[in-house]
Write a protein that binds this ligand. Structure first.
Ligand SMILES: Cc1cc2nc3c(=O)[nH]c(=O)nc-3n(C[C@H](O)[C@H](O)[C@H](O)COP(=O)(O)OP(=O)(O)OC[C@H]3O[C@@H](n4cnc5c(N)ncnc54)[C@H](O)[C@@H]3O)c2cc1C
Ligand code: SF4
Length: 445
């Protein structure tokens, strides 16, 4: 992995610890009860439809208000086994809370995500169990990729009585929960604690450092298992398409975030002094905010369209700005400038929408100095299946699936970021994994 060789003023360990504490600390019991009692417990609640995993939100909130935390956690986890992580990372402002009746009334939605975290954290700490495995089916399923989609699929299959083997390329399970999500959203090793909780069900064997296409072959898995579920995520990033993109100081945001998430000592990480982030999604926001929290002096996020077109939600954009990130719109990178082989700035061209609504360059140029540039303009599927004789068909660069999450290959299902439907969010990946497991079970029985 790269090291960023430009160092900003070093922050003290105390300051770093403060900067990277939980961005949204857990609710205390008193606050949780007050918040739960704000819910109208709507019949046909719109928040349930807005949750990709269809959690029965009014019911789990009602159970919090009556002190039945186990029942509340059961309502959440039976629909979404990663209810703990989703409570921390879901962009609730565009999902459940965005649909809350109290949001439409007075812009103060019930804090559904925080209540979900309250219930699931309390339950996980209790060490109790909810799930029991059905009688063994005698069927074996291979899950390739141990991120949210793979773990969700594996758990549901195990509950249904199947035997599962997860093949994971990295040395830890949990995918981007472990290597991608911003550090201040999931503190205290929560991703690994959640993996342990999921695996408690039994019947799931995990084989890490096993990469499909390298250590295992799809053809072999199709022969050895009754079904295969592909959940390999998106392993590569889009390039800016500029000359000299590989010069020192230009980094892939996802790779740098992974390095930060795995660092045992944040003080040892190098950071830029003047950082420019190119992109408009959550990855761009996350690397910008984390650079600032690591001590970068100036962090600018440049996006080629306006705030409404950014895939980062208004709340994420606001979070970046309140953390000292400057967000500039209508700027497209035109060329990278360098000194002695190291990036020294970027020339941008201003953009606008023409009367037909198409993005066009205005010809006006802007220069910005930078010693670190992060590329955060989306991820792509790495062709990890190339060692297979037959490949699943793709659509728009991702694996194509039908409504049952079946690929074009018999006995092979897929879900999560690597498929061509759904938004690239943790909660969607969890739902894909769950639905694919239900479809696989239906087919095998
Ligand atoms: C920087 C960043 C921040 C994000 N922040 C948020 C957020 O705040 N909220 C949110 O909802 N979503 C967020 N997302 C999106 C979210 O993380 C993903 O949508 C989600 O992780 C997708 O789950 P997945 O299981 O499909 O893929 P992944 O999480 O990518 O997991 C795929 C797994 O497959 C493994 N794998 C890959 N290739 C192979 C192979 N050939 N053989 C075996 N294993 C393989 C990988 O190592 C990985 O463990 C973020 C994404 C990024 C990049
Ligand atoms: S999983 Fe996410 S979208 Fe669904 S209720 Fe929980 S926080 Fe809201």
């Amino acid at each position: 992995m790269t090291t960023i060789d430009v160092r900003a003023g070093r922050l003290s360990q105390e300051q770093l610890a403060l900067n990277f504490t939980d961005a949204h600390p857990a609710l205390l019991t008193g606050n949780a009860l007050v918040e739960a009692n704000r819910c109208y417990f709507c019949y046909d609640a719109p928040c349930v439809d807005a949750c990709p995993t269809s959690i029965d939100i009014p019911n789990f909130i009602r159970k919090i208000s009556t002190g039945n935390l186990k029942g509340s956690a059961r309502d959440i986890l039976s629909q979404n086994i990663m209810g703990g992580m989703c409570a921390r990372v879901c962009p609730t402002e565009t999902l459940c809370e965005g649909a809350c009746v109290r949001e439409t009334q007075d812009h103060q939605p019930v804090r559904i995500g925080e209540l979900q975290r309250y219930a699931t954290d309390s339950f996980m700490e209790s060490g109790e169990t909810i799930f029991e495995r059905a009688e063994s089916s005698g069927k074996k399923i291979a899950v390739v990729g141990g991120g949210p989609a793979g773990l969700s699929c594996a758990h549901r299959l195990a509950v249904l009585g199947h035997q599962v083997v997860i093949f994971e390329a990295r040395d830890k399970l949990s995918g981007l929960n472990e290597y991608g999500i911003a550090a201040y959203k999931t503190v205290n090793d929560f991703a690994q604690r959640e993996v342990d909780f999921i695996l408690e069900i039994g019947g799931i064997e995990t084989r890490t450092n096993q990469r499909l296409g390298q250590d295992v072959k799809l053809d072999d898995l199709r022969q050895q298992f009754d079904a295969v579920f592909l959940s390999v995520g998106l392993g590569d990033v889009n390039s800016l398409g500029l000359e000299s993109e590989d010069i020192a100081g230009v980094y892939d945001a996802v790779e740098t975030i992974a390095e930060l998430r795995q660092s045992g000592n944040l003080a040892e990480l190098s950071v830029g002094r003047r950082v420019i982030v190119i992109g408009g999604g959550s990855t761009a926001i996350d690397i910008a905010v984390q650079s600032k929290k690591l001590g970068a002096e100036d962090v600018t996020l440049a996006y080629r369209r306006g705030p409404e077109q950014m895939s980062a939600t208004w709340k994420e954009q606001e979070f970046a700005q309140t953390n000292g990130v400057q967000v500039k719109h209508w700027l497209a990178p035109k060329s990278l400038q360098s000194e002695n082989g190291h990036v020294s700035g970027i020339e941008f061209e201003c953009t606008t929408l023409n009367p037909q609504g198409k993005l066009t360059a205005t010809g006006e140029l802007r220069n910005m100095e930078a010693d670190v540039v992060f590329k955060a303009i989306g991820q792509t599927l790495v062709n990890t299946l190339d060692a297979a004789a037959e490949m699943p068909e793709t659509e728009a660069g991702k694996i194509a699936v039908n409504a049952e999450y079946e690929t074009s290959l018999a006995g092979v299902w897929a879900g999560g970021d690597c498929i061509s439907s759904g938004e690239d969010l943790t909660v969607h990946a969890v739902e894909h994994g769950k639905q694919a497991a239900i479809a696989i079970n239906r087919k095998l029985s």
